[in-house]
Design a protein around this ligand. Structure first.
Ligand code: GTP
Ligand code: MG
Length: 678
């Protein structure tokens, strides 16, 4: 059927598609990464970064190169999630690749991504792995737990055949179904079908990973296809981990069914808190086709259904995208642009491209700009130190012009006295270091994994002490309180360390001519926010009658492990940030100490040479001036490299590449590649 032209802005044929925008984002990231490599190489060659600054550069590089963008498709069963994924990603294979049929089809969560280090494959985790309580995160790194099928990416038939596996089910006893989390006596309506012999149909797999070299997946996109509600509820990790951390969620409704009670339950339980990055699709608008309808009537009906949907879900109407995934897929397979336009899929793709990607870009841009500022300050300080030492030396030598040999001897004595005084410095530093490392230990103590395990154990004991786990939510909230307290303690100790270092630095600067600068101790706000997010999604989960289900030991164990691994990541990252800051502070002292020693030796050598030969003084002065000019050159070059990195970060993708060709002729060889990507 044909629909009247789409009225909703933006016009998908005027704005770039999702694919083109993602390409542009990747091109921008690749260009930034090249810039960053040039900067890091220069700083390394001229010894302008210490270990913590080099680590910061490396982690930024890793992020630019490998950051993933996760888009999750969520809905009740049979709303068309898999069909929509087929239409967006797989139409070029010329057929339906992910199974999409009436009734329940996708039986386990399916993650599509590309990891170039592995061959194209389908990996599946048997459902029985739920019985031993291991979390999905733990099992990801255990290849022996997964069943692997190789995929022939150029043979669509084989591909589709292999992917049929995600629909596989098995018949088990009600006891086993209960143990696996698919049977709940308290919610008979949600329970799966039972056959004549009393056996229950449950999914065969727990999770599937498709490694597929689609151009978008190659660029870091990860697509998550989920099964209908029942299975979502049964895998806590999906609810608590995968969905809350997705960068965007696409929630799908059927235009033929409207918003049903169970659609609303999925929305409320899994998507209501995700703000900006939710897209609502009203799928199957082709099903509203009515041969008896007057011109424009179907269109009006779609419009009013969108309005009603937006009202019911509490989103603005421009977040609701009416379309037909089935028509879009067949239009793409047939190469029929007109039919594709009428399927209205391009409107959704354009919205993903224009709304989601700029948001991701901004996040990265901020990180790059912050790092650039940090590195700039670091380099300026380091070069400033070196130049200061040279200036002192120069002053000393200039003072010798026209002076007698006795004067030179006197100066030599002065250098020796200074060196002797300076030998006091390491003793003083040792005292400061002892205090520093004690304080560092106290700031990390509240964040150890032992402490975390104890706290989670305490929560578990509190939960099971209440009747049927009804106190689960309360016990969990109180655990969060204690974890937050741990982060606050660590932050407090960090601030105290900062005070101590500030006072010591001021003294050392005064007595030994250092230029030690204190940067602010980490406030750990990022980790407190992460904890808030975890708390939010878990609290919601524990309200969903799941608390009752946790009275099953296996589920409880799985819940405990998952919670522990999530919180451990928060603690580990917070510890790493604290440690990094502490390390940056102490390496600063080390490098200034080294620099100062070197400078004393150099001063002595200069004076000795001047003493030995009369003509040496001017030559030494000229050398020092040349050295200083070189350092100034380094400062300028570092500044230029940082400036172009910043310009690159703020520029649009095409501009970014033009900047490279204008300013970095040595990168010319990479340009065709970059242009192809942008
Ligand atoms: N008429 C019509 N049918 C559609 C459309 N999109 C999907 N379908 C059909 O709806 C049925 C369910 O689609 P799926 O893609 O399997 O739905 P799903 O949401 O993935 O369902 P589960 O995997 O069971 O959770 C299939 O028969 C599709 O062909 C559409 O736009 N129009
Ligand atoms: Mg499906």
């Amino acid at each position: 059927m044909k629909f009247p032209p789409v009225s909703k802005a933006p016009d998908p044929f005027m704005t770039p598609s999702f694919a083109a925008s993602l390409d542009a984002l990747s091109g921008w990231r690749a260009a930034l990464a090249l810039r960053l490599d040039a900067l890091a190489g220069f700083l390394r060659d001229h010894e302008l970064v210490d270990a913590p600054a080099a680590a910061q550069l490396a982690s930024l590089r890793e992020r630019l190169g490998h950051e993933k963008l996760v888009v999750a498709f969520v809905a009740e069963f049979s709303r068309g999630k898999s069909e929509l994924i087929n239409a967006i990603f797989f139409a070029d294979t010329g057929r339906r690749v992910l199974p999409a049929t009436p009734g329940r089809t996708t039986m386990c969560p399916v993650e599509l991504a590309w990891n170039a280090a592995e061959p194209a494959s389908l990996k599946m985790l048997p459902i029985e792995t739920r019985r031993d309580g291991h979390s999905l995160a733990e099992l990801r790194s255990q290849p022996q737990s997964w069943t692997t099928l190789m995929l022939q990416v150029h043979e669509p038939e084989q591909l589709a055949q292999a992917l049929q596996a995600v629909t596989r089910t098995q018949w088990v006893t009600p006891e086993l179904a209960r143990e696996l989390g698919f049977w709940h006596d308290d919610q008979p309506d949600d329970n799966p079908p039972v056959d004549a012999t009393g056996r229950v149909e449950v999914p065969f797999w727990r999770h599937a990973l498709i490694n597929y070299p689609h151009p978008l997946l190659r660029q870091g996109l990860v697509v998550l296809d989920t099964p209908g509600l029942n299975a979502i509820g049964a895998e806590p990790e999906l609810t608590l981990s995968l969905l809350p951390t997705a960068h965007a969620t696409i929630f799908i409704l059927g235009a033929d069914t409207g918003v049903t009670k169970s659609d609303l339950a999925v929305w409320r339980d899994h998507l209501s808190a995700q703000g900006q990055s939710r897209f609502v699709v009203l799928n199957k608008i082709d099903a509203l086709q009515d041969p008896l309808a007057r011109h424009g009537q179907v269109e009006a009906q779609i419009e009013s259904q969108c309005q009603a949907t937006a009202r019911t879900l509490g989103v603005t109407a421009d977040r609701v995208f009416p379309l037909s995934a089935r028509e879009a897929l067949s239009a793409r397979v047939a190469g029929d642009d007109e039919a594709l336009r009428h399927s209205r899929l391009p409107v959704l793709e354009a919205a993903l491209g224009t709304q989601l990607l700029p948001q991701r870009r901004q996040v990265l841009e901020r990180v790059v700009l912050d790092s650039a500022q940090h590195i700039e300050a670091h380099v300026a300080r380091r070069l400033g130190d070196q130049r200061r030492q040279l200036a002192e030396q120069m002053l000393e030598l200039r003072g010798l012009r026209g002076k007698s040999g006795a004067r030179v001897r006197l100066m030599l004595q002065r250098v020796d006295t200074e060196s002797a005084e300076f030998e006091q410095c390491p003793v003083r530093l040792q005292a400061m270091r002892a205090v520093h490392s004690r304080m560092l230990r106290s700031s990390l103590a509240p964040l150890t994994s032992d402490r975390l395990r104890d706290e989670v154990g305490r929560m578990q004991a509190e939960m099971s002490a209440t009747l049927l786990n009804l106190g689960a939510r309360k016990a969990f909230v109180s655990l969060c309180g204690r974890v937050r307290q741990g982060l606050a303690e660590a932050r407090q100790h960090g601030a105290e360390t900062g005070d101590m270092l500030g006072a010591s630095f001021a003294k050392l600067n005064g007595e030994f001519g250092f230029s030690l600068a204190l940067s602010r101790a980490p406030d750990l706000a990022r980790f407190i926010a992460e904890l808030d997010l975890i708390e939010h999604s878990y609290v919601k989960y524990l309200g969903l009658t799941h608390a009752l289900r946790l009275s099953q030991p296996k589920l409880m164990e799985q819940f405990r492990r998952m919670l522990l691994s999530k919180l451990r990541v928060v603690f580990e990252n917070a510890s790493a940030e604290l440690e990094m800051w502490n390390r940056a502070m102490s390496t600063q002292v080390d490098s200034q100490l080294r620099e100062r020693r070197r400078s004393l030796v150099r001063r002595r050598e200069s004076l000795e040479r001047v003493q030995a030969a009369a003509g040496e003084l001017e030559q030494r002065l000229a050398e020092i001036e040349a050295q200083d000019a070189r350092l100034q050159g380094h400062l300028r070059r570092a500044h230029d490299l940082l400036e172009t990195l910043r310009e690159q970060a703020c520029a649009g993708p095409q501009v970014a590449i033009d900047l490279i060709s204008l300013q970095m002729p040595e990168l010319d060889a990479d340009l065709p590649l970059l242009r192809a990507q942008a």
